[in-house]
Design a protein around this ligand. Structure first.
Ligand code: GLU
Length: 506
């Protein structure tokens, strides 16, 4: 049997990062098994439809490198891939169930449904449901005569179609992650399959499409596990083979305390969406992982390990490594803590490995550089081991672009000595003689001066660094001198000496 999996988001807003993980696991499983990954847009809930959400989902998947083989954009043999374009199909299948006695028409008004729930509550029924018991008291094609049903439908009375669940039956299926799931139908209700607006509900559309699109494995978030018994029953009602199921563990807040929500992420100051998103209703703007400065490879590596483990201590996986190693059997049951610090760590690792030219291109998009010409590739090389995001180069390496206007006071107090100032002034003079300088040359120039006065290197280096960068720490000092150039470096030393005179001590 060929592997066919799908990611089936509803375009109700921005794609949550948990959705990206679901898409990723589907993608990995498809690629691992030479199968197909399908993107199906589940847009049958007209009330929750949000403009731009579908495009956002597609763009997000593209950015992450999780591209569908079949879908709204790619097309394919099993289309259309947007459920709103498949309405007729669902009608046909709903009708089949009604004809087979597995589903029925229900005409109850919202008031009648409320009254039923009230009655049950009064009778101390904990979880009032429209089910095998209550349906016998309601207005539906099980209680009304055939003639009356026909007449109501013909006269245009609104109705829904409900699944007719058996009274007391065990539904069993084996989930690849959770193992056996056993539920008695007594706990389930007669879910609506077709709504009064003529649209199918998620449950009907989802299983009809999974069947027609020949989905072999349903890999989705754990929040759908409670719906799975109904889905299994529907497969059985239709006489269709069931797909395999794998329900992925929840994503938890970084401290493991509860579900990862947008609110929690906002509070802790990290993104929850892959790309920037402006909510069309509220105009609220949310920053995406991409705009925050995460590389897609880093995000993918991080997400892959949130709920799956390779069975080794290895942590760094490219997409092709993941495809090779991935298996549904190694998905964890327990919720996965969304440890954002780990995400940052992955970003650092991938930034270190990126070619300088790529990082420069990313930077120039973000920077408004002063006109002083500077070798950006060298700046990037000097900084790339020390940053989490490319934007950090501009922040903690701002001295490459602008001379410091302030100096770290603690360093000044500690490191600004009469002797040190003398040495760095001589160093400035020596630099002024040069047009350009590499790191080794800068070092031997300094060593020559130091040797003459018998001053240890460690005593003046912090003062030079302070003069050039305003900071107490940073990348290799001689490399900084070389990148800034001798003239700029000397000028900065002179300015620091003038600015910090009050700190001079013996
Ligand atoms: N449309 C559902 C969602 O928004 C799909 C759930 C499933 O994969 O079955 O997540």
């Amino acid at each position: 049997m060929s592997v066919r999996v799908r990611f089936a988001p509803s375009p109700t807003g921005a794609l949550h990062i948990g959705g990206v993980r679901t898409a990723l696991y589907n993608y990995l499983y498809a690629k691992k098994n030479g199968g197909s990954f399908i993107l199906r847009i589940e847009d049958t809930d007209q009330n929750r439809f949000v403009d731009g959400a579908e495009e956002y989902i597609r763009e997000s998947l593209k950015w992450c490198g999780v591209e569908p083989d079949e879908g709204v954009e790619q097309g394919g043999e099993f289309g259309p891939y947007r459920q709103s374009e498949r309405k007729e199909i669902y009608h046909k299948y709903a009708q089949k169930l009604v004809d087979a006695g597995k589903a029925y028409y229900a005409f109850d008004t919202p008031e009648e449904l409320d009254a039923m729930r009230e009655r049950l509550k009064e009778a101390r029924v904990a979880n009032p449901q429209y089910n095998s018991i209550t349906r016998t008291q309601m207005k539906n094609s099980l209680t009304l005569s055939e003639e009356e049903v026909k007449q109501r439908i013909d006269s245009g009375e609104p109705y829904v179609i409900r699944a007719k669940l058996p009274r007391n039956e065990e539904v069993r299926f084996r989930d690849i992650v959770r193992d056996w799931v056993v539920v008695n139908t007594i706990t389930l209700d007669d879910k609506i399959l077709m709504k009064s607006d003529g649209m199918p509900t998620y449950h009907l559309a989802n299983i009809v499409d999974d069947h027609l699109m020949q989905i072999s494995h349903v890999i989705r978030g754990e929040e759908w596990l409670p719906s799975a018994p109904l889905h299994v029953l529907l497969y059985d009602f239709f006489g269709w083979d069931r797909p395999e199921f794998a329900h992925l563990p929840l994503l938890l807040k970084p401290d493991g305390n509860g579900k990862l929500s947008k609110r929690a992420a906002d509070k802790m100051g990290f993104p929850i969406f892959p790309l920037n998103w402006i909510d069309p209703q509220t105009q609220e703007e949310s920053i995406g992982f991409r705009e925050k400065g995460y590389l897609p490879e880093a995000l993918i590596n991080f997400l892959a390990l949130l709920g799956w483990n390779p069975g080794t201590e290895e942590e760094l996986f490219s997409m092709s490594d993941l495809i090779e190693k991935f298996s549904l059997e190694r998905i964890n049951k327990g919720g996965a803590k969304f440890d954002i610090e780990k995400a940052k760590w992955f970003n650092q690792q991938y930034i270190k490995e990126k070619p300088n030219s790529v990082l420069v291109a990313m930077m120039t998009e973000q920077l408004e550089l002063t006109d002083r010409s500077i070798d950006m590739e060298r700046v990037v090389q000097a900084m790339k081991e020390r940053i989490t995001f490319v934007s950090d180069i501009k922040e903690s390496g701002n001295f490459f672009f602008e001379a410091p206007s302030e100096y770290d006071e603690k360093t000044a107090r500690k490191r600004w000595t009469t002797q040190g100032v003398q040495v760095i002034e001589s160093f400035a003079s020596a630099l002024e003689e040069m047009n350009e300088i590499n790191g080794d040359e800068a070092k031997s120039l300094l060593v020559t001066i130091l040797e003459k006065d018998e001053v240890p290197m460690g005593r003046v280096m912090p003062a030079i660094r302070l003069s050039l960068t305003g900071q107490g720490g940073g990348p290799d000092l001689m490399e900084i001198i070389s990148i800034l150039g001798p003239e700029e470096s000397a000028g900065r030393i002179r300015r620091a000496v003038a600015a910090l005179s009050e700190f001079v001590k013996d």
